[in-house]
Design a protein around this ligand. Structure first.
Ligand SMILES: C[S@@+](CC[C@H](N)C(=O)[O-])C[C@H]1O[C@@H](n2cnc3c(N)ncnc32)[C@H](O)[C@@H]1O
Length: 248
C-alpha cells in the first residue's frame, strides 16, 4: 500500500509489550495498524523478530514488513548496520509513508529503536517522530513475581549485562532492588557472584514473562540449562544502604 501523500511520513517508535499480545496499548495498536510500513529488527542468525511475533495477528496483509538487519558485535560493524537500517526507514519516510518501528517491551529501554531514532534524526531531521511507550519486561516481571519492585523511598537500578562481583556488590549495596537484564549469557557467573554476596535467597529469575513459556523461579539454585533464555531477567533485592535524598 503506497501513500500518495507527498509530505514526509512519521516514524512511530512502538513498544509492543513483553510477549502477551493483549499487553500492547490501544494507542500503539492504532498506530501499528495505520502505518503502511512496519519495521522490525531482524538478527541474521535468528528466526522471526520477537516483536513481530507478538503482534502478528494485528498486522494486515497489505502492510509492508521492513526487516532491519540487527547489528554485529563489532562496534564499527554495528554502526554501519544501523546506518543501513536508518536509511531504509528514511527512504520510506521520504516517500510520505509512515513507518511503525516495533520493539518488544518499551522502545526507550535497551531498545534497538534508539539507534534508528538517532539515525533518522540525523538523516531526515524534518520527519515527525512519535514514541509510544510499552509495558517493559521489567514491569511485567515484577507483576508475575508478585513482589513490588520498589516501594516508597526505595531505589531501583536496572543493569544491562556483565555481572562481575564488584558490579553486583556495588549495585546491591546502593539500591534496594537491582534488575539484571540480558542475563542469560553470563548466568553462571551472575549466580556464583550472587551466592558469594549472600543474595541467592533474595533473587527471582523470570523467563519469557507473559507468554505461555513464562517461568518464575524464586529459588534460583533450581535454575537449569533448560530454563536459560535470552528473554529472561533476574530481580535481586539488594541491601539499599543509601536512602534516597528526597523521599516521595
Ligand atoms: C534488548 S533488551 C529489550 C528490553 C525491552 N525494551 C523492555 O522494555 O523490556 C532485551 C532484554 O530484555 C529482557 N526481556 C525482554 N523480554 C522479556 C520477557 N518476555 N521476559 C523476560 N525478560 C525479557 C531480557 O533481559 C532481554 O535480554
Amino acid at each position: 500500500m503506497t501513500q500518495s501523500n507527498p509530505t514526509i511520513g512519521c516514524l512511530y517508535g512502538i513498544g509492543v509489550g513483553p510477549g502477551d499480545p493483549e499487553l500492547i496499548t490501544l494507542k500503539a495498536l492504532k498506530a501499528l495498524q495505520k502505518a503502511p510500513v512496519i519495521c522490525v529488527p531482524q538478527a541474521a542468525n535468528r528466526r522471526e523478530s520477537y516483536a513481530l511475533s507478538i503482534v502478528k495477528d494485528y498486522v494486515k496483509p497489505e502492510q509492508e514488513i521492513l526487516r532491519a538487519p540487527f547489528p554485529t558485535d563489532s562496534e564499527e560493524g554495528a554502526a554501519q548496520v544501523w546506518r543501513e537500517a536508518s536509511k531504509l526507514v528514511t527512504e520510506r519516510l521520504r516517500r510520505g509513508q509512515d513507518v511503525a518501528f516495533l520493539t518488544e517491551g518499551d522502545p526507550m529501554l535497551f531498545s534497538t529503536f534508539s539507534y534508528v531514532l538517532a539515525g533518522v534524526r540525523e538523516m531526515c531531521p524534518e520527519a515527525p517522530i512519535v514514541i509510544i511507550p510499552g509495558v517493559s519486561s521489567v514491569m511485567a516481571a515484577a507483576a508475575s513475581s508478585g513482589e513490588p519492585l520498589v516501594t516508597h523511598g526505595q531505589r531501583l537500578a536496572i543493569l544491562p549485562a556483565a555481572y562481575g562481583l564488584d558490579d553486583l556488590a556495588e549495585a546491591t549495596s546502593n539500591f534496594d532492588t537491582v534488575v539484571l537484564m540480558k542475563v542469560s549469557p553470563t548466568m553462571v557467573r551472575a549466580l556464583a557472584n550472587l551466592e558469594e554476596l549472600g543474595l541467592t535467597g533474595q533473587s527471582t529469575y523470570v523467563r519469557r514473562v507473559t507468554t505461555d513459556r513464562e517461568k518464575v523461579i524464586k529459588d534460583i539454585t533450581q535454575i537449569t540449562d533448560e530454563d536459560l533464555d535470552y528473554f529472561s531477567l533476574l530481580i535481586v533485592k539488594g541491601k539499599g544502604k543509601k536512602q534516597a535524598a528526597n523521599q516521595d
